[in-house]
Ligand binder design. Structure first.
Ligand SMILES: Nc1ncnc2c1ncn2[C@@H]1O[C@H](COP(=O)(O)OP(=O)(O)OP(=O)(O)O)[C@@H](O)[C@H]1O
Length: 266
C-alpha cells in the first residue's frame, strides 16, 4: 500500500543536467522531496519538464548528477512507479473495466480485481460505464478511466504529465477533485507537470518553477493551504489568489530568462 510509511524515502535529484545533442535542456536541477509529498512542476514550454519526468521514471537516462526515487536509481517499469499522460493512452480494444483489470494483473495486485475495479470506477464517477470501450467515452471520461487505472497500481510514486491538459475547464475541475480525493487516501509521492497555475496551487504541497531552456530551478514555493482541499472552494480564497500572483511573477521571470538566453545553449 502506498500510504507513506515512516522512514520511506522520497525523491532526490542532485545536480542533474541533460542535453539533446548540442542543446542543453536541463542544467543543475536539484529537487528533494519527502515521501508522500505532492510536487507541481511548472515552467515555460520546452524548458525540460517532460525530460525531467522521463528521467525520474527511468525512461531517459540522465547524463550527469544523481537521481534516487525511493532510495533507488529509477528504472523503467518499476512496480512502485506509475505515469499518466495528457492523452489517456487506454487500450482501445479493452473496455473501461478491462483496462483497469489489465493494470491490476500486470502488477499482480492481490485481492478481488472485479471489486477493486468497480470501486475505482465508482470513485471517478463512472459507475455504469464499465463495459464501454474508450471510443464510446468522451475525452474527459477516458481520462477518468486513466486516473482510476493509475491509482489501481497503488504506486508509491506517481508521475503525472499534464494529465488534464486536454480537458475543458469544467471537466478539469471535476478530475482535479477526483485526483485529490484518491491521493488523500494513498498519499503517494507525486510529481505533476502542469501549465495550469491554479491546478498547481490547488493540488500541490509545493510548486517548483523552472526557467526557460536550459531548465534550472528558479523558485520553490510552498503551498501551505490546509488539507483536505476543495479545488472550487479554494479558488474563492485570498490565499489562492496571492499564491497565483506570486507564481505568475516567477513564470514571467522564467520567460524573461529565455529572452536573455535565446536558443537555450548553455
Ligand atoms: N528526444 C528528443 N530529442 C531532441 N530534442 C528533444 C527530445 N525530446 C525533447 N526535446 C527538446 O527538448 C526540449 C525540452 O522538451 P520537454 O518536452 O522536456 O519540455 P517541456 O518543458 O515538457 O515542454 P512542454 O511544456 O511544451 O510540454 C524541447 O526543446 C524539445 O524540443
Amino acid at each position: 500500500m502506498s500510504v507513506a510509511a515512516p522512514g520511506q524515502e522520497g525523491i532526490r535529484i542532485e545536480a542533474v543536467s541533460h542535453r539533446y545533442g548540442d542543446v542543453a535542456i536541463l542544467d543543475g536541477i536539484r529537487i528533494e522531496s519527502r515521501p508522500g509529498q505532492f510536487i507541481a512542476l511548472i515552467g515555460p514550454s520546452g524548458c525540460g519538464k517532460t525530460t525531467l519526468l522521463d528521467i525520474m521514471c527511468g525512461i531517459r537516462k540522465h547524463q550527469s548528477g544523481n537521481v534516487l526515487v525511493g532510495g533507488r536509481p529509477p528504472v523503467e517499469g518499476r512496480a512502485d512507479t506509475a505515469r499518466m499522460f495528457a492523452r489517456d493512452a487506454l487500450l482501445p480494444w479493452r473496455t473501461a473495466s478491462a483496462n483497469i483489470d489489465f493494470a491490476l494483473k500486470a502488477r499482480r495486485r492481490p485481492g478481488n480485481h472485479d471489486a477493486i475495479t468497480a470501486q475505482l470506477l465508482e470513485d471517478v464517477g463512472l459507475t455504469g460505464f464499465a463495459d464501454n470501450y474508450p471510443s464510446q467515452l468522451s475525452q474527459g471520461m477516458r481520462q477518468r478511466v486513466a486516473l482510476a487505472r493509475t491509482f489501481s497500481l497503488e504506486s508509491d510514486f506517481l508521475f503525472l504529465d499534464e494529465p488534464f491538459g486536454a480537458l475543458d475547464a469544467q471537466t478539469k475541475l471535476v478530475l482535479q477533485e477526483k485526483l485529490l480525493s484518491l491521493w488523500e487516501r494513498t498519499r503517494s509521492t507525486v510529481v505533476l507537470v502542469t501549465h495550469d497555475l491554479g491546478e498547481a496551487i490547488a493540488l500541490a504541497d509545493r510548486v517548483v518553477v523552472m526557467t526557460a531552456r536550459p531548465g534550472r530551478i528558479l523558485a520553490d514555493v510552498p503551498i501551505d493551504l490546509p488539507r483536505p482541499r476543495s479545488v472550487s472552494a479554494l479558488q474563492k480564497t485570498r490565499a489562492y489568489h496571492d499564491l497565483y500572483a506570486q507564481l505568475w511573477d516567477s513564470l514571467e521571470q522564467a520567460t524573461a530568462s529565455a529572452r536573455l538566453h535565446p536558443g537555450g545553449n548553455a
